[in-house]
Design a protein. Structure first.
Length: 249
């Protein structure tokens, strides 16, 4: 029931290729055949969201099986493509997906959409509808909100403590922070997530956060999860990630 896991990607295709190369090297060294789980936020902020989606679509032929979880940024992108007036209820009402803090314009630029500051949203949307391939929209539509094994669950943001997995709200799985990040109770299984950017991955005993800030120019993180045991992958091999420690990246 082991899994490789990769934190938030945010359009960083070179970083994604780098950590997949580490996974390939780890497999070659150890004979490991665990699937790879991507924890969401494929898009926004980085320069190559379109290329990231194309890369992940090819998973079964490039090193599968691969599992890709839906992140809140992926959902906001998909909402925009259907209707630019639609809003994810988890988003601060002061912002839209096109705000510079969210990075939606970077995603549109990766598809060749012209994003000058004075361009009407309706024009951005129309060009995006023409340039984002239908296959990418279908791929995003079919991303699961979680993936679980007997001893771990993989989600984008986290879970609502005390709520069974079957009853978790999609909004929480993609957005939760309050009431989750400061919860120290045992959830019965290890929760592996991203969404809240750190300087380096961290293991809290009941959860592991693998968002190491690739959306802000920091290296993408990858790990091997075996029950509650976690090893970060590096160029030189595996490094244990122990509860209560934040190793240097």
């Amino acid at each position: 029931m082991r899994r490789y896991a990769i934190g938030d990607i945010h359009g960083q295709i070179d970083e994604l290729r780098r950590v997949h190369a580490w996974i390939a090297a780890d497999r070659a060294r150890t004979g490991e055949d665990a699937p790879v789980v991507h924890l969401g936020d494929l898009t926004d902020r980085g320069p190559a969201s379109a290329e990231v989606i194309t890369y992940l679509q090819r998973g079964p032929t490039q090193g599968g099986p691969w599992i890709t979880i839906r992140g809140n940024h992926d959902f906001m992108f998909r909402l925009f493509l259907d209707d630019p007036k639609l809003r994810d209820p988890g988003l601060n009402p002061a912002y839209t997906w096109l705000h510079e803090r969210l990075g939606g314009l970077n995603t549109l630029e990766s598809y060749g959409v012209e994003t000058s500051p004075d361009r009407p949203v309706a024009d951005l949307w129309s060009e995006a509808r023409d340039k984002v391939p239908l296959a990418h929209r279908i791929f995003l539509d079919n991303l699961p909100l979680l993936h679980r094994t007997d001893r771990a669950v993989f989600v984008h943001a986290g879970i609502r403590p005390g709520v069974p997995l079957i009853a978790q709200a999609p909004q929480d799985l993609m957005w939760i922070r309050q009431g989750w990040l400061d919860d120290r109770r045992d959830h019965g299984i290890l929760v592996v997530h991203g969404h809240t950017a750190l300087d380096a991955p961290a293991h809290y005993g009941n959860r592991v956060n693998l968002d190491a800030g690739a959306g802000y120019g920091r290296p993408l993180a990858a790990a091997l999860i075996d029950g509650r045991d976690v090893w970060l992958l590096t160029e030189d091999g595996r490094v244990p990630l122990l509860p209560g420690t934040v190793p240097a990246t």
